[in-house]
Design a protein around this ligand. Sequence first.
Ligand SMILES: [Zn+2]
Length: 165
Amino acid sequence: MTHDGACADGGASAGPIRVERMEVRRGHLVCRVAFGAASHVTSPQLMSRVLAVVPTLAQHACVNERGTTFAAVMDCTPLPHLLEHLVVDLQVRAESGQWFTLPGAAAEAPPSMAGTTHDRPIVGTSEWLDEAAGIARIDVSFADDLVALRAMRDSAAFLNELLRG
Ligand SMILES: [Zn+2]
């Protein structure tokens, strides 16, 4: 069920989380992500480290059973849900010129959003396809597919960096 991540993708993500597939659809990026041996839910300890880097995450609008923001559930929510919000956050940063490279991510030039205009909020959903095996689907809308792909890669690398540490 779980794979030793060492050779899975050339070592690009030496951590439990692997983005197995990214599929660009019309205005949506649909990803299949394997969480491997990682814990399947967040913890207050993990979230304090995430928020130290991405403080805006707590204020995200989020439809959940406890409230209307991600903060209401973020201390104990499925890990794919955290990844979903990270990908949304990075895309919003790119649009507003606030992009920065997350720890653990490749330090390439930030994606350019020049010429991109859109008036719909970036939103996402996430669900387990097979919770026991740690396989999830994450679906996020985008204004720019290249930014969305980069945001997914960087967010997964960032979580791997935290989970390794
Ligand atoms: Zn949410």
